[in-house]
Design a protein around this ligand. Structure first.
Ligand SMILES: CC(C)(COP(=O)(O)OP(=O)(O)OC[C@H]1O[C@@H](n2cnc3c(N)ncnc32)[C@H](O)[C@@H]1OP(=O)(O)O)[C@@H](O)C(=O)NCCC(=O)NCCS
Length: 181
């Protein structure tokens, strides 16, 4: 098990793990009603600071949130990717939150694929979950592009969600299939 989440890289993006001091970065995501659109009111800065402490506590398990930026420009904030325990399950979930100006470029799918690869290859997770509210077609489309198998529905925070589970064995078989052409 890793001591802290590493930085991950894709063709176009870097995923840099959140660190102490990233309160403003996190707040820019969770207090933006265009991103955390399901919230009735934007969270406060104090809530974001508490949320940062909570997610940093996942670091020793290799989990947490990642700041997603273009490979060559760390200051440009595109969004965030997360791997964290899914409440009331034994699973780790993958999630994506991108700022409106960073959508429509395939960044969420590209960063999500990197997080999934890290979860399986580095953390050795047996499976990765994903939950998406049924009224969130754009997020569901990301799950589709990542070929996450839909297991069924799940109640989360009082709302119905599509529940996806990707088994490590399925993911490895997909990789083998792709490399076989
Ligand atoms: C969910 C969310 C991350 C999806 O973002 P997104 O930009 O639509 O998803 P992707 O990054 O996969 O981008 C796919 C789009 O980029 C386009 N695209 C453009 N250039 C591309 C490229 N080089 N490679 C791949 N796709 C590209 C695709 O055609 C697709 O467009 P379309 O939706 O018009 O068909 C975003 O809507 C969001 O942050 N929503 C608010 C937070 C949220 O709901 N999070 C999920 C909670 S479960």
């Amino acid at each position: 098990m890793t001591a802290a989440p590493p930085t991950l890289a894709t063709k176009r993006l870097a995923l840099r793990p959140y660190v102490a001091g990233d309160e403003a970065l996190l707040h820019a995501i969770v207090a933006d009603p265009r991103v955390y659109w399901w919230r009735e009111a934007p969270g406060t800065e104090a809530e974001s600071a508490a949320a940062l402490r909570a997610l940093l506590a996942l670091g020793p398990r290799g989990l947490g949130w990642w700041h997603v930026h273009p490979l060559t420009d760390e200051a440009r904030h595109l969004g965030a990717i997360l791997l964290r325990p899914l409440p009331n399950t034994r699973e780790v979930e993958v999630g994506w939150h991108f700022l409106p100006q960073a959508r429509g470029h395939g960044y969420a799918t590209e960063a999500g694929a990197a997080a999934i690869a890290y979860g399986f290859e580095t953390l050795g997770l047996p499976r990765i979950a994903c939950i998406v509210r049924t009224d969130n077609p754009r997020s569901r489309a990301v799950a589709g592009r990542l070929r996450l198998p839909r297991l069924g529905m799940r109640l989360h925070a009082g709302k119905l969600h599509d529940y996806f589970i990707l088994e490590r064995t399925e993911w490895l078989a997909g990789l083998r299939g792709r490399s076989a052409g």
